[in-house]
Design a protein around this ligand. Structure first.
Ligand code: PMP
Length: 362
């Protein structure tokens, strides 16, 4: 048979093998109905059961309390860059942003189209390689919400502490690349959103977890399909939802709980990322220059002191079935994304190769 292939893509990322196998088995005949999930009406009893199961799967994995709504949305994470300000930003208020790099800046730039934004903390001074520091000159009571990105997928920076303001300003988190990777206390957040293509399922699906009291104050021009109140009332079916993606998400949630839930996944993720950073730190040809306590457990960028080695490293990796290790086009270098579905054996195969490569190149 084929040798094991490990896909380190940052997203769309690898999915758990048993999930793909089940989807394959059921592809043309879902549970004896004679049709594919893709061909089921979104109003059918069968699909409603899938939607219900997906919502409850996520609720139980994250311990989402009843006063939070769970929405499945279309378009991945980016539509939430618009939806959050359109729903939460008032005309007299401001949206606070913690600037930790690429994705927080994307969210901030989009919010600025719909109202006032204030950068309240930043790690720009360290070129986004360390934890952000609070900036002065803003009033916490003028903020309608505070937005942050707990894991910067490209920079490889993760914030393990939840930021706290002295007021009860709702905290909004873009958890696209860290949702379900470690425990979060949902009650610390007003709103959580994520694109599915890392830890949940196929690209194009989004998940929004929104606290009940934040509904109903959307800006007048907020498009109907971005209005959380509308989406809640329509139970994620304000238009035809991405049914097959929701089905796959449901299977991934079942897989996550079969692994032992989020605490177990978090333990695996810590072991995987420790193994990888350890080899990078011991290497004389590789480095990662992110402040150690801000190093991401999901996305591990690494660079060669001698840039000329990079292309032969990547080509050799590819030949061994270690796929998609090139860094983001804006960052260069290499990056290993090691989400929930990446087994320890995949990281072991990568570190074995890194050591072997080093031994033949020094
Ligand atoms: N936020 C973060 C943290 C991401 O990593 C990404 C995608 N890599 C996005 C937002 C954008 O997601 P999408 O392409 O689904 O809009």
């Amino acid at each position: 048979g084929a040798e094991a292939v490990y896909n380190f893509c940052s997203g769309p990322a690898m999915l758990p093998a048993p999930v793909l196998a089940q989807a394959q088995r059921e592809l043309t005949d879902y549970q004896g109905h004679g049709v594919s999930v893709m061909e089921l009406s979104h109003r059918s009893e069968e699909f409603l059961a899938i939607l219900h199961s997906a919502e409850h799967g996520l609720r139980s994995l994250m311990h989402i309390p009843d006063h939070y709504h769970v929405l499945f949305t279309s378009g991945g994470a980016s539509p939430q860059f618009s939806a959050v300000p359109l729903n939460l930003l008032s005309s007299g208020g401001a949206a606070g942003f913690i600037n930790t790099g690429y994705w927080s800046q994307k969210a901030m730039a989009e919010a600025a189209r719909f109202g006032r934004v204030v950068e309240v903390a930043s790690s720009a001074d360290s070129a986004f390689k360390s934890l952000p520091v609070w900036l002065s000159g803003f009033q916490t009571n003028e903020l309608d919400y505070l937005h942050y990105t707990p894991n910067e997928t490209i920079g490889g920076v993760e914030l393990f502490e939840v930021p706290e303001l002295p007021t009860d300003t709702p905290l909004v988190a873009d958890m696209s690349s860290c949702i379900l990777s470690r425990p979060f206390d949902v009650e610390q957040f007003g709103l959580i959103y994520a694109g599915a293509q890392k830890n949940i399922g196929p690209a194009g699906l989004g998940v929004v977890i929104v606290r009940e009291d934040l509904l109903g104050s959307a800006q007048a021009q907020c498009p109907r399909l971005l209005n959380y109140q509308t989406l809640v009332e329509a139970r994620s079916m304000a238009n035809t939802p991405p049914t097959f993606a929701i089905y796959l998400a449901d299977l991934v949630f079942q897989w996550c709980s079969a692994q032992g839930g989020v605490p177990t996944l978090a333990k695996h993720n810590l072991a995987k990322s420790d193994m990888l950073y350890d080899v990078i730190d011991r290497s004389s040809i590789l480095f990662n220059d992110i402040e150690p306590k801000a190093r991401s457990r999901m996305n591990v960028p690494f660079f060669f002191h001698d840039k000329n080695l990079e292309s032969s490293f990547l080509a050799g990796a590819q030949r061994r079935g270690l796929l998609n290790l090139a860094g983001h086009r804006s960052a260069g270098g290499c990056r290993a994304s090691i989400y929930n579905a990446m087994p320890l054996a995949g990281v072991q195969a990568l570190t074995d190769y890194m050591i072997e490569f080093e031994n033949t190149h020094v």
